[in-house]
Design a protein around this ligand. Structure first.
Ligand code: NDP
Length: 373
């Protein structure tokens, strides 16, 4: 979906400029209108030309903006988070990799500045988010195909809009699509302080579901526990506490969960399985520990547990754009009703991206890094 004409400006060596220009042109033609502009605007973007350590391969570059074609939309980006999938994409180990060079970032919110003559449903001033991954949101401005964007209401908080398109959608689908849960049922999850985890806690509470939330221990664990309970978490336990026999006491006054949401893998996921009700499902959607899921044979045989996976990109392929818009609409309603807030965030200006990238890869930060443009 590249509509830039390439790198420009005194900082880009001529050879690199030519090579990248050619690469960008190829990408542009594949999916979007591309046209030369008499007086191209300059925009800033976080670009990577090779896969590798984000701190080393991501650079702030000046790009030229293409003219707005008939089906295009010019967007001023407002804010864009740094998610683990953005980092994995830059490292080259994600299920979907854009052609290089690429602009980093898969989600964020921008304001429409100009629309092409054949664009309907969007107008200047609207807020938009990407319809799919791979758009490259870490930039000040861009010309995108109108089809690559979804309008979101401008009356929701900026941080909510910037973080709406991936984590809350994942949380909502996982709560709805795997087990038929009723109010009063319980759900167990790990990495509960993650962006997805915080959305799970809040959406579950809005649906009347009770949550058991596992987190890694840390010096300020009480502060984190209080924060998650304020969001609607019923129980917050550390990974170590989850292994203690007395943790089972939780289930004296709440039903055993039929749904477990696994963001971590390794031992953490094995523990989630131990607490699932017979016939229950564990959905794996992240692998933060970079360890495989190990399920005990006896649990599979005697409790008939189900192991499933979820990937939002795959869900979108199997569902229409209108179904995704409906999902966004449902989540916006929860936001408006005060039932879904943005994850805990730190806003970092685009030029301080190195600091933001480092913080996004550190353990125990508990704050989503959001680049502001
Ligand atoms: P965040 O950056 O908000 O949070 C990361 C979480 O991972 C924190 O809770 C952190 O806990 C935990 N964590 C980090 N390293 C480890 C580790 N070694 N062991 C255990 N926990 C760890 O992440 P997001 O919510 O944005 O994403 C979370 C995961 O979900 C990612 O893997 C992401 O790719 C995946 N995801 C998948 C989607 C899908 O469709 N399948 C969609 C959205 C996200 P701590 O505070 O203890 O460091």
């Amino acid at each position: 979906m590249w509509v830039f004409r390439g790198l420009s400006g005194p900082r880009a060596p001529a050879q690199l400029q030519q090579g990248l220009l050619a690469a960008w042109c190829r990408c542009c033609r594949a999916s979007s209108s591309y046209s030369a502009s008499a007086q191209p605007s300059r925009v800033r973007a976080l670009v990577y030309g090779n896969h590798g350590d984000p701190a080393k391969v991501v650079q702030l570059k000046n790009l030229e903006l293409a003219a707005v074609g008939g089906s295009d939309v010019r967007v001023r980006m407002l804010a864009a988070p740094i998610n683990p999938s953005d980092i994995n994409m830059i490292q080259g180990n994600y299920g979907l990799l854009p052609k290089l060079p690429a602009v980093g970032g898969n989600e964020g919110v921008g304001e429409v500045i100009e629309v092409g003559s054949s664009v309907t449903g969007l107008k200047p001033g609207d807020w938009v988010i990407p319809a799919n991954a791979g758009l490259g949101t870490w930039r000040t401005e861009a010309v995108f195909s109108g089809e690559a964007l979804i309008r979101v209401p401008g009356d929701i908080p900026l941080q909510s809009a910037a973080t709406l398109g991936v984590n809350p959608c994942t949380a909502y689908r996982m709560l709805m699509d795997f087990e038929q849960l009723q109010p009063g049922d319980s759900v167990i999850q790990n990495a509960s302080n993650s962006g997805v985890g915080q959305a799970v806690i809040q959406i579950a509470a809005a649906l009347g579901l009770r949550t058991i939330n596992v987190v890694r221990d840390r010096p300020d664990i009480q502060k984190l526990t209080d924060r998650l309970k304020n969001l609607g978490a019923e129980h917050v336990v550390t990974e170590e506490e989850l292994r203690l026999p007395e943790t089972k006491n939780i289930f004296q006054d709440m039903p055993q969960p039929r749904l477990a949401l696994n963001c971590v893998g390794g031992k953490s996921s094995t523990e989630l399985l131990r607490h699932l009700a017979p016939g229950g499902t564990m959905v794996t959607y992240g692998g933060m520990a970079k360890q495989p899921v190990i399920a005990s044979v006896s649990l599979l045989i005697f409790k008939d547990l189900k192991l499933r996976g979820f990937w939002l990109s795959q869900w979108k392929k199997k569902h229409s754009p209108d179904e995704f818009k409906e999902l966004i609409f449902t989540l916006c309603e929860l936001i408006r009703q005060g039932q879904l807030t943005a994850p805990s965030c730190s806003e970092i200006p685009l030029q301080d991206y190195q600091q933001a990238l480092e913080a996004s890869m550190k353990p125990f930060v508990s704050s989503k890094q959001i680049l502001t443009m």
